[in-house]
Write a new protein. Structure first.
Lengths: 106, 555, 166
C-alpha cells in the first residue's frame, strides 16, 4: 500500500458542511465552526483518526471535501500555515464584517 | 426584453423541481458527491472557499426592474445583502445554503430567471454587447439571436456532457464590444453583398491557461442556418475534443491541434449531414423571438438637451459623469448610461440590495424598465433621455453609484479571487481596491485616459487579464501571493494577448510597477494617443526596462 | 449489472460466449473489434459492445446485421456516446442502442433523447439508484427546446412543435 502523504504535524481536519456549505473543523466531539475549538493532531495516529472521522462523515453525507491542514499553534490556537487555509478560518479579507472573523471576533 | 411564454415558464419550473430532487438524493446518499457535483454546477451551485455560491444567469446581460428587485430580495433574504456581477454578465451570491437553493431558484422562476448552465461542461450563458438594442452602430439588435441560441442550448440532451465548458458571444457592430475572439464561438451579425443579414463565425478563442484568438470559420452563414451550424460545431467538438486532460479539453485546443482547415472540413462535413437530415430550416422561431422583444416607444427628441447642458455648466461633477459614462444612442436625444460598479476602493462588480433597488427604480422611471450588465462588471441603463441625466445622476450619487470612471484606470475588472473562490491561487479584490485608491485622483485618471486593468486570482482568467491593457495574474510563489503583470492586451478588433513584463511581484510592489509603466507611456505618447496605441507603436521593450527597476528592487 | 429501458428493469437477451464456436443459434454480444468474426459465426442475433471514440461511419457496413449496439460510457461525464448514438440513428440504425456505464438517473432522459433505448449500469450504482429513481427521472422535465430529439411518444414534448401548432 502506498504511503499516505500527509502534511507535517500538527494538523487539523477541515471540511464543508454538506447542507450548509460552511467551513467546519473536526473538534473533540463532532464539528465546530470555530477554528479555536479544532482538535489538533500531533502525530500520525491522531492524524489518521481525524482522517477516518472525516471519511466516515463524508460517507454519512454530513460533510464534503474533508482534508488535513497543517497548522502552527499561536497563543494556544491552531493557525494554518498556508494563506489559503488561513482565509478559510476567517472569511473574505476585504470584508471583515463577514464570515468567521466577524462571528467569532477573530 | 424577451417575454417568456408559458412553455418557457414551465420548463424553468420543472428544472427547479428536478434540482430539488437532486439535492434530496444527494442528502439521502443516492447521489455521491462526484455525481452531484456536475449536476449542481449545471444549476450554478459551486462549493467555494467559505460556503456554497450560486451563480444566476442573466442571459446576454438583460434585466427588467422586476428581475433586479428580485435579485435584491434574494441578496437580503438568503445572502448577506449583496451580489457580485461577473464578466459573463451573471450575478453571484456568495453565502447560500444548499437546502435553501431550491427556494432561491423558485424565486428566480417567479420572475422568469434561472441558474441553468451557469457552470459545468455545457453551453454557458450567451453574452453580447451591453449596449445591444441601443447602440448607434449596430446592424440590428443582437439579443434575438442570443435568445435563439439560449433556447436552443438550454437543457440540450446531446451537449450537456462536453469535454469542457463552451461559451458563445454575439455582436452586431463593427466595433467588437463583446470579446468575440475570446470565445469558443463568436457570432458576428453581418450583411453580405446582396444585403442579406447573416452571421460570421469565429471559433476556438479563449483565455485561461492557454489563451488563443478565435479564428474565422465561416465568413457568411445565412441566418436560417445558424442553429444547424452550431449543432455541427458542437457535435464535432463533443466527439473529437480531448478528454484525457481537462486543461486541453476546450475547443480551442482541438482547433489548434488539428488546424483550422481540418477542423472546418470536419464541421462542414457534419453540417452537410445535419442539412440532409433537416433540409429546410426556417426562421419562424427566430421571428417569434424577435417579435416578443418589446420595442421601446422612443419619443422624437432634439439632438441636444438644453436642460442637460445647463445642469452640466452648473455642476462639474455631472459634467465629468457625462463626459465618461454616456454612450451614443441610435435614437436622437437618448443615451445609454453606464453605472459604474467600481467606486473608489470598492470591490469591483459588487452591488448591495439597496443599490440594486435604486437602479431598478431608475430603470423603471427612465429607461423603459431595462437594465443591462456589461462584461466589464458595470450596469447600463440603455435608453435614457438626455434631459433625464441630471436627475439620474443625483440618485446615483446618493447611492455611491456615480463614479465617473468608465474605461479609465479605476474601472478595474476583477474576479472574486481567493477571498471567495476555491480555485484561486491569490487574492484579487484587495489589490483592485489598492490600485483604485492609488489612482483615485480624477485629474490623474483623466490625464492617463482610457486604460484597462484586469485582475485574475488564478490562471483560469475569469477577469480576462490576458486581454487587458495592463493585466494582473495572482499566483502562489514560495508560499505567498505573487502577481505577474502583462501589458498590451486588447479585447476588441485589434485582439491581442498581453506580454509578460517580468517576474511576479508582491502585491505591495504592484502600484509602483504600474506607475512606472504608465510613466513610460506619459513620457512617450503623442498627441491624442491612448496607452494601448503608444504601446503598439513602442513595443514592450521600454516598458520592460522600467518594470525591471521595480522587479530588481524587490527581488 | 442492471439493465433497464423506459419501462423498467429487463433481462439481457444477449450473452457473452467463451468462444465464438458457442455462438450459433444464440443471441451473442461481443466486442465491436470482433464484429466480422461474430457475424461469420452465425449467431441467432448479433450484438456488439463498442468504445465511444469510434466514428459512426465505422458501424455503417454492419448496421442492418446488428440487433444491438452497446456504447460504452467510461464515466458519467464523458458525453461522446450521446453524439455517437445520434449519428447512428441518423445513419438509419433501427436496432437497439444501449448505453453501458456508470450513468446516473438524471442522464436517462438525455440518453433516450439521443437515440438510446436502454441503459446498463454497474451493480454498485444500481444499489444507490434503484429502478424507481431511473423511471422518476424520465418525467421531471416534460418539455424540450430541441426538435427531433424525442423518440416515440414518451419523451419530452418539443416546445418548438407546440409553438408551431399554436
Amino acid at each position: 500500500m502506498a504511503v499516505v502523504k500527509r502534511p507535517p504535524f500538527p494538523v487539523i481536519l477541515v471540511a464543508n458542511d454538506l447542507v450548509e456549505g460552511e467551513v467546519i473543523f473536526a473538534a473533540e466531539h463532532g464539528w465546530t465552526r470555530d477554528v479555536r475549538a479544532a482538535r489538533v493532531a500531533n502525530d500520525a495516529e491522531a492524524a489518521q483518526a481525524l482522517e477516518q472521522f472525516g471519511a466516515a462523515q463524508a460517507r454519512a453525507c454530513k460533510v464534503v471535501d474533508a482534508y488535513l491542514v497543517d497548522v502552527e499553534i499561536e497563543a494556544g490556537v491552531p493557525v494554518p500555515r498556508h494563506y489559503r487555509e488561513r482565509l478559510r478560518t476567517l472569511g473574505p479579507s476585504h470584508r471583515l464584517d463577514l464570515g468567521k472573523q466577524a462571528d467569532f471576533h477573530l | 426584453m424577451y417575454a417568456y411564454d408559458e412553455l418557457d415558464r414551465q420548463i424553468v419550473r420543472e428544472r427547479v423541481a428536478q434540482f430539488a430532487s437532486q439535492v434530496e438524493r444527494r442528502l439521502d446518499g443516492s447521489l455521491t458527491e462526484e455525481e452531484f457535483r456536475p449536476l449542481r454546477l449545471k444549476n450554478g451551485v459551486y462549493l467555494q472557499l467559505h460556503a456554497y455560491m450560486l451563480r444566476v444567469a442573466i442571459p446576454y446581460g438583460g434585466l427588467s426592474s422586476r428581475q433586479l428587485r428580485q435579485l435584491a430580495l434574494i441578496a437580503e433574504k438568503y445572502d448577506r445583502g449583496y451580489g457580485h456581477f461577473t464578466t459573463r454578465t451573471n450575478i453571484q451570491f456568495n453565502w447560500p445554503k444548499l437546502r435553501e437553493i431550491p427556494a432561491i431558484l423558485g424565486l428566480l422562476a417567479d420572475v422568469d430567471m434561472h441558474a441553468i448552465q451557469t457552470s459545468g461542461n455545457c453551453i454557458r450563458n450567451t453574452t453580447t454587447d451591453c449596449f445591444a438594442g441601443a447602440a448607434f452602430d449596430e446592424i440590428e439588435d443582437p439579443r434575438p439571436t442570443a435568445e435563439w441560441i439560449r433556447q436552443w442550448s438550454t437543457l440540450h440532451p446531446e451537449f450537456d456532457w462536453l469535454g469542457r465548458k463552451f461559451k458563445i458571444a454575439v455582436t452586431a457592430t463593427q466595433q467588437d464590444r463583446a470579446v468575440l475572439r475570446g470565445h469558443d464561438v463568436g457570432v458576428r451579425i453581418v450583411r453580405n453583398a446582396a444585403g442579406e443579414t447573416g452571421y460570421r463565425l469565429y471559433v476556438g478563442g479563449g483565455l485561461g491557461r492557454t489563451p488563443m484568438e478565435g479564428k474565422l470559420v465561416r465568413d457568411f452563414l445565412p441566418r436560417a442556418e445558424l442553429l444547424g451550424y452550431l449543432e455541427a460545431i458542437l457535435r464535432v467538438y463533443n466527439l473529437e475534443g480531448r478528454r484525457d486532460n481537462k486543461f486541453k479539453a476546450r475547443i480551442k485546443i482541438l482547433v489548434h491541434e488539428i488546424g483550422l482547415e481540418a477542423f472546418r472540413a470536419q464541421v462542414e462535413a457534419e453540417y452537410s449531414k445535419v442539412v440532409a437530415a433537416a433540409p429546410a430550416p426556417d426562421l419562424r422561431e427566430f421571428e417569434r423571438i424577435t417579435a416578443s422583444f418589446d420595442a421601446p416607444d422612443f419619443a422624437d427628441l432634439p439632438e441636444v438637451s438644453r436642460k442637460l447642458e445647463q445642469a452640466q455648466a452648473a455642476d462639474p461633477d455631472l459634467a465629468q459623469f457625462v463626459a465618461r459614462n454616456l454612450f451614443r444612442h441610435k435614437k436622437k436625444g437618448y443615451v445609454a448610461l453606464t453605472i459604474s460598479l467600481k467606486s473608489i476602493g470598492g470591490a469591483p462588480g459588487d452591488a448591495t440590495a439597496e443599490q440594486m433597488r435604486a437602479v431598478a427604480d431608475l430603470a423603471e422611471q427612465f429607461s423603459f424598465d431595462q437594465v443591462r450588465v456589461s462584461y466589464k462588471q458595470n450596469l447600463v441603463l440603455p435608453h435614457v433621455r438626455r434631459d433625464d441625466v441630471p436627475e439620474i445622476f443625483a440618485v446615483l450619487k446618493a447611492q455611491g453609484l456615480a463614479t465617473p470612471n468608465v474605461d479609465l484606470i479605476t474601472d478595474i475588472i476583477c474576479c472574486p479571487g481567493l477571498d471567495y473562490c476555491a480555485l484561486a491561487t491569490a487574492r484579487s479584490i484587495p489589490l483592485a481596491q489598492t490600485l483604485s485608491r492609488h489612482f483615485a485622483d480624477p485629474d490623474k485618471q483623466k490625464e492617463i485616459g482610457e486604460l484597462s486593468i484586469k485582475i485574475s486570482g488564478c490562471i483560469n482568467a475569469c477577469a480576462h487579464h490576458h486581454i487587458a491593457n495592463i493585466g494582473i495574474l495572482g499566483l502562489e510563489k514560495s508560499g505567498g501571493e505573487s502577481y505577474q503583470i502583462t501589458i498590451g492586451g486588447d479585447p476588441g478588433d485589434q485582439y491581442a494577448l498581453g506580454e509578460l513584463l517580468g517576474p511576479g511581484l508582491p502585491a505591495s510592489a504592484v502600484p509602483e510597477a504600474i506607475d512606472r509603466v504608465i510613466g513610460v507611456y506619459l513620457d512617450a505618447r503623442r498627441q491624442g494617443e491612448t496607452f494601448i496605441e503608444t504601446y503598439r507603436r513602442l513595443g514592450v521593450t521600454p516598458f520592460k526596462a522600467a518594470f525591471k527597476e521595480i522587479a530588481d528592487a524587490v527581488a | 449489472m442492471l439493465l433497464l429501458d423506459r419501462n423498467g428493469a429487463k433481462p439481457d437477451p444477449f450473452i457473452a460466449v467463451e468462444t465464438l464456436d458457442d455462438a450459433p443459434g444464440k443471441n451473442v454480444i461481443d466486442a465491436f473489434a470482433s464484429v466480422d468474426a461474430l457475424l461469420a459465426a452465425g449467431p441467432a442475433q448479433a450484438a456488439v459492445l463498442a468504445p465511444n471514440d469510434l466514428d459512426a461511419e465505422d458501424f455503417a457496413p454492419y448496421l442492418d446485421r446488428l440487433a444491438l449496439i452497446a456504447i460504452r460510457f467510461p464515466s458519467a461525464t464523458d458525453g461522446r456516446g450521446f453524439s455517437l448514438a445520434r449519428q447512428l440513428r441518423r445513419l438509419g440504425y433501427k436496432g437497439v442502442l444501449r448505453a453501458s456505464g456508470p450513468l446516473f438517473p438524471d442522464q436517462f432522459p438525455q440518453a433516450l433523447a439521443c437515440g438510446f433505448d436502454e441503459v446498463e449500469i454497474p451493480d454498485a450504482n444500481a444499489a444507490r439508484q434503484p429502478v424507481a429513481q431511473w423511471l422518476a427521472a424520465l418525467n421531471r422535465v416534460t418539455l424540450s427546446y430541441q426538435r427531433d430529439y424525442a423518440r416515440g411518444a414518451t419523451g419530452p414534448a418539443s416546445i418548438l412543435d407546440r409553438r408551431a401548432r399554436s
